[in-house]
Ligand binder design. Sequence first.
Ligand SMILES: O=C(O)CCC(=O)C(=O)O
Length: 305
Amino acid sequence: MSAPVPAPALTPAQLTQWEEDGYLVLPSFFDAAETGEMLARAHTLLDEFDVTGHPMTVFSTGSDEAKHVGDEYFLSSGDKIRYFLEPGSVVDGALTVPPARAVNKIGHALGVLDPVFAKYTFHARVQAVARAIGAHKEPEVLQSMVICKQPRIGGEVPAHNDSTFLYTDPPSAVGCWIALDECTPANGCLSFLPGSHKTARVSSRFVRAAAGGTEFVDVPGVEANELDWDKAEGWRQAPCPPGTLVLIHGSVMHRSPPNPSERTRMIYTFHMIEGADGWVYDERNWLQPTKEMPFTPLYEGPSHA
Ligand SMILES: O=C(O)CCC(=O)C(=O)O
């Protein structure tokens, strides 16, 4: 008897939506037990956070270079599990809230180094969805992290597209964003500008500056985006329950507001780029693979976890 043919990971309607909108919301992608395991692990990591000796690196994402994170702790985090603080949690070099409440995000190799997050990053269902969208021949995983969006102090993520931050030539980034808590307009759910992946150019990229730190530089030959994306018509909120997987095209504009509410908005996210010949991820990018830990092929999984 021949083996049963597996059900397609995405329906034709979902694939059309992905192509039209540049993002796709897949509720119940992970069940309650799976999501609960990731959420519990994220809380354990927060509870284990010891601020002693921490350089007090805050994660801030303003497009103003002076405000963008770029110290050594950040730049060498691609093969580690490190804690970045909310700007609103540090005053005069000291925390104003308990350490577990001060963390903006934990990254950037969580999905490779942590067994729980590795299990779900390289899950057969994730691999099947990656095959279904067909964005990459040889997807490689990078920048895996928990984003906490803490109650009251969780900061804004301004409008951006991910290929600016995970630049390949040509652009190829895709985000896999997983809700671990209920995400609502009140606690800072994602919003998208549907279809903007077709019009937004990846005209700038976030790199290591020669003088140290980080900066945005123009991508040669690509006309700059002139639009103020925040003022564009058509932004759509994407509230979702825990267990939802949201696929994010590397060129689609998206953002999330601050979290003034009393409820945490915890998520886990990782990204993929094309690892096949013909796509270049160069040494200028802020996030660098290391000899010990090159970016991990999605269809192989880590040898480190
Ligand atoms: O979770 C958020 O609020 C922002 C995430 C995001 O922008 C990303 O993963 O590219």
